[in-house]
Design a protein around this ligand. Structure first.
Ligand SMILES: [Mg+2]
Length: 313
């Protein structure tokens, strides 16, 4: 975006109940919503770092935006020059740049249901029609609890350890995944950069926290792409066109702005598959989720984005 100016608003979103992952529980997240205006029109973007992912922090992103003093060219050139360190800002600017296409997106993509093993998440998601379930596991999860889920429906299961396993438990879950047709993959078994990935092998192992942007990533197996963390989207799409095999698109608990943009980006992939965007309805009501939930994730056409922006205090 050439010329123009920008404004931003910081929002805090508190989970209704803490989100539990293999590495701990998360009570709330901060996001920054970005509004850009240039000769090509108005665009929106969202800066949405996620705990455990090595992007810039919200405070670092805000510092960069404050330094640019509302000047969009200044912000764009700063982010372009430091884009490896500022992947969330680069993604948010990509969203602003493509906003007219993003706002018009009204397609739908199949979505995996996110379930916790405790409670009755799984039957509820199955009853709602989800064909794929994504289950968070930790070092204390037992295989029978996963087999129990198999017995409830006929679909596929994705296991996500969020880097919480050691090499022994990671091997055992990798063996489980490879011996069970109904396990689609095991996501991020080991911490970022763990040398054990070399011996674990790539079959049915997906990297999430270890994959931030395509730059410098040479994992030949599955990767989970969180569009809002993935840096510049033109670079992301160029990488994707060269890359064979599936890529899994995933949410990082965006507001309506980031979700609409991320769904649009995922929809551009001809081999998009089932996405991981079952993140609605998890925050205390703040009117910042506007899409409908369910096993098909749909774009939100005919939404008044300018009114949404004005309502954010
Ligand atoms: Mg994950």
């Amino acid at each position: 975006m050439k010329g123009g100016f920008f404004d931003f608003k910081r929002v805090r979103r508190r989970f209704r109940s803490p989100l539990v992952t293999g590495v701990g529980s998360i009570d709330a997240v901060d996001r920054v919503l970005l509004r850009c205006q240039s000769e090509t029109g108005v665009g929106y973007g969202e800066i949405a770092p996620w705990p455990g992912f090595p992007s810039e922090t919200i405070d670092q992103a805000i510092e960069v935006m404050r330094s640019a003093q509302g000047n969009l060219s200044h912000l764009s050139s700063t982010v372009q020059a430091s884009r490896a360190a500022l992947p969330c800002l680069a993604a948010a600017l990509s969203s602003c740049e493509h906003w007219s296409a993003i706002a018009a997106y009204d397609g739908e993509l199949p979505c995996a249901g996110l379930v916790a093993l405790s409670g009755d998440d799984a039957p509820a998601k199955i009853a709602a029609g989800f064909q794929t379930l994504k289950i968070k596991i930790s070092a204390t999860t037992q295989e029978p609890s996963i087999r129990e889920i198999f017995s409830l429906f006929a679909g596929q299961v994705r296991l996500d350890a969020n880097g919480s396993l050691n090499l022994t438990t990671a091997r055992s879950w990798a063996d489980f995944a490879r011996s069970e047709n109904r396990v689609e993959f095991l996501e991020q078994p080991l911490p970022i950069g763990h040398p054990g990935y070399a011996s674990l092998g790539q079959d049915k192992i997906a990297l999430d926290e270890s994959f931030l942007t395509p730059a410098g990533n040479d994992w030949p197996g599955l990767v989970v792409v969180k569009p809002l963390l993935a840096g510049d989207w033109t670079e992301l799409r160029a990488w994707r066109e060269q890359r064979p095999g599936p890529v899994v698109y995933s949410s990082c608990f965006e507001t309506v702005i980031g979700r609409q943009a991320a769904l649009w980006l995922a929809s551009l992939d001809e081999n998009v598959g089932t996405i991981g965007f079952d993140t609605l309805g998890r925050f205390e009501h703040d009117a910042r989720d506007r899409h409908a939930g369910g096993p098909m994730a749909r774009g939100l056409a005919d939404f008044d984005w300018d009114a949404f922006w004005r309502e954010i205090s």
